[in-house]
Design a protein around this ligand. Structure first.
Ligand SMILES: [Zn+2]
Length: 311
């Protein structure tokens, strides 16, 4: 648009009625989103997703994206090849969908907000969360608080149940901890770097598998009096502080406590509650989803979420 025509057009904006202004704003929003999507998806590819070779060349366009060809394996690809979002349709809604993830919307609400079917919203949820869930921290430093929390086992959405289905959300039929409770380990250091892991069992072997590669050898592990942490730290020569909460010991030396990890647990539980029970096979995806929201906190934008989903 020529500059004079633009100024004339701009001067007319003041004459819009409130409903026209709403229509115009939603139009701007869509335009802004499609520009942002193009910026993200047209990023230059650096290597071949099939063989990792850097010897790649631009090879025209396909499916609305720049295409590349690898000189090593001769395969063509674009920047979505090999990502969890490859071959998903309706890219124009991806940023709106990313916002729905930030807002923790249900499948039904995300589908109506983005104008996509419920099936699509459900499929997208787990495709978007695939990379996000696997993006666990590689190091925990300094004071590391650990705790285990439990989620009710659920076969939501699965056919051929071996027992009568529970009402949505539901309660365990046995009191206390039982095989119906799925243990999840949460470890959080004082830089707010957080690791979560669904455990086959809350025992020394399972926590060792998760913590050994990640917790620095000079870290100080803080936990409650559960003996599994004592055995683990002794075996791996990591310093350990036990908070005997039942004896009222919540803090030691003004620094050692598990209040950050406990607060994280309760935010996670509160946030999970409005999904009305989560199928156990998808639990790691939900843990990753929450971890991502916490990691970026107020900075989390649809662009960041989409980039995280692309891996
Ligand atoms: Zn290749």
């Amino acid at each position: 648009m020529r500059i004079n025509a633009f100024h004339l057009w701009l001067s007319k904006v003041m004459e819009l009625s409130p409903s026209q202004l709403d229509q115009a704003l939603s139009c701007f929003n869509k335009q802004q989103q499609s520009t942002a999507i193009v910026t993200i998806l047209h990023k230059e590819c650096q290597s071949c997703p099939h063989c990792s070779s850097n010897n790649i060349k631009r090879w025209g366009n396909a499916h609305g994206l720049p295409r590349y060809r690898c000189a090593g394996c001769h395969k063509t690809f674009n920047m979505l090849t090999g990502t969890p979002l490859a071959r998903l349709r309706h890219r124009e809604h991806w940023l709106e969908y990313s916002q729905a993830l930030i807002d923790g919307l249900s499948v039904r609400k995300a589908s109506s907000q983005c104008g996509i079917s419920k099936d699509t919203a459900f499929r997208w949820r787990h495709r978007f969360l695939q990379s996000i869930a696997s993006n666990e921290p590689t190091h925990l430093h300094g004071i590391v608080e650990v705790d285990e929390t439990y989620f009710l086992e659920s076969h939501k959405g699965e056919r051929h149940l071996s027992r009568q289905p529970r009402k949505r959300g539901g309660k365990a039929s046995k009191r206390g901890l039982s095989s119906e409770q799925i243990p999840v380990l949460i470890a959080r250091d004082r830089n707010h770097v957080t690791l979560d892991a669904m455990l086959p069992k809350a025992d020394v072997e399972s926590i060792s598998k998760v913590l050994t590669p990640v917790v620095d050898s000079d870290a100080i592990l803080c936990s409650d009096a559960n003996p599994i942490y004592k055995v683990f730290t002794k075996k791996s020569h990591i310093q350990h502080i036990t908070l005997n909460l039942s004896a009222g010991v919540r803090v030691q030396k003004n620094a050692f406590h598990i209040q950050n990890v406990n607060a994280y647990d309760s935010r996670l539980k509160g946030w999970m509650r409005h999904f009305n029970g989560v199928a156990t096979k998808y639990l790691p995806n939900y843990l990753g989803w929450r971890r991502c929201i916490e990691k970026f906190a107020g900075e989390l934008s649809p662009n960041i979420m989409l980039n995280q989903a692309l891996g």
